[in-house]
Design a protein around this ligand. Structure first.
Ligand SMILES: CC(C)(COP(=O)(O)OP(=O)(O)OC[C@H]1O[C@@H](n2cnc3c(N)ncnc32)[C@H](O)[C@@H]1O)[C@@H](O)C(=O)NCCC(=O)NCCS
Ligand SMILES: Nc1ncnc2c1ncn2[C@@H]1O[C@H](COP(=O)(O)OP(=O)(O)OP(=O)(O)O)[C@@H](O)[C@H]1O
Length: 230
């Protein structure tokens, strides 16, 4: 099994690229979706947030007010760290289960779309690592327009993550998403070709079919050895 890391900066275009993978029928685990699921009303993550941030963080129907929580944590590093610590175990086990489900289905290449891949050190588990990069002006423009926020708010959010240029320097593959969507789609074709290359023997061993083959071969070997001994 090949775990492909897909990361970048806020609003750099990860979801745009992960949609291209989905269109190409490559399964994607989206950490933002996992992070949303683990704080749904009544879950362990939800209880921790309510305990730490109080009832004021809830909407009328009991779900977390994400916009409000975002305002708090993106303007206060200690609160952000608290939220990260509370949710990290839930998010990593959520991602683990999503991978396990796809592994059991026999998927050989899985894309992990994780915004904080480097920050959470999950880059250790992925190879290759794709970084979706944009130039700073485009990033801030797209973030302001998507989230209807001020330049200051957008810059604050960007500053909460490791520098996108540093992430780019750590990448195995870089997609420059500063241009048009067609330009990104064009680069994506080459990326898809690379991630779809035949698995290495290590990756094959980690796949469901590889593990089944190893277990079968071992069982046959043990049976043959026993037969020879009798
Ligand atoms: C702060 C929250 C409530 C804001 O929710 P909202 O719906 O407005 O944004 P959403 O979850 O879609 O995230 C948008 C982007 O913000 C960035 N981001 C999210 N959390 C963080 C964080 N803790 N630190 C830095 N950037 C973050 C990511 O680039 C992400 O793609 C939410 O992002 C959250 O619960 N974050 C903590 C969980 C987490 O770490 N998520 C990232 C998964 S690796
Ligand atoms: N090549 C492009 N041309 C024009 N707009 C784009 C392009 N790529 C992405 N966008 C727009 O920029 C915004 C951010 O893109 P996207 O949501 O894919 O980023 P993201 O990295 O997934 O964001 P987040 O970190 O918040 O999850 C979206 O509104 C998207 O429609």
């Amino acid at each position: 099994m090949r775990l492909v890391g897909l990361t970048g900066g806020i609003a750099s275009g990860k979801s745009t690229v992960s949609n291209l993978f989905k269109d190409a029928r490559v399964p994607v685990v989206d950490a933002d979706v996992v992070a949303r699921n683990v704080v749904q009303k009544g879950t362990g993550g939800w209880k921790k947030i309510v305990k730490a941030f109080g009832d004021e963080i809830l909407l009328d129907y009991g779900e977390i007010d994400r916009a409000r929580l975002g305002q708090i944590v993106f303007s206060d590093p200690s609160k952000r760290q608290l939220l990260n610590c509370l949710l990290a175990p839930h998010i990593s086990s959520g991602i683990f289960w999503e991978i396990a489900k796809l592994w059991m289905k026999g998927c050989k290449v899985i894309v992990l779309d994780i915004p904080l891949l480097f920050e959470t050190k999950m880059d250790r588990w992925t190879n290759p690592i794709i970084v979706v990069w944009v130039n700073p002006e485009t990033q801030i423009e797209r973030l302001m327009s998507r989230d209807s926020c001020s330049e200051e708010q957008a810059q604050n959010r960007i500053n909460t993550q490791l520098a996108l240029d540093w992430k780019k320097s750590e990448a195995d593959i870089v997609i420059d998403n500063s241009g048009s969507l067609d330009d990104t789609k064009h680069q994506f074709q080459e990326v898809l070709r690379k991630v779809s290359e035949p698995l290495t023997w290590k990756e094959r061993l980690r796949s469901r079919d590889g593990l089944i083959s190893v277990v079968m071969c071992t069982a046959v070997g043990v049976l043959l050895a026993q037969k020879n001994l009798l």
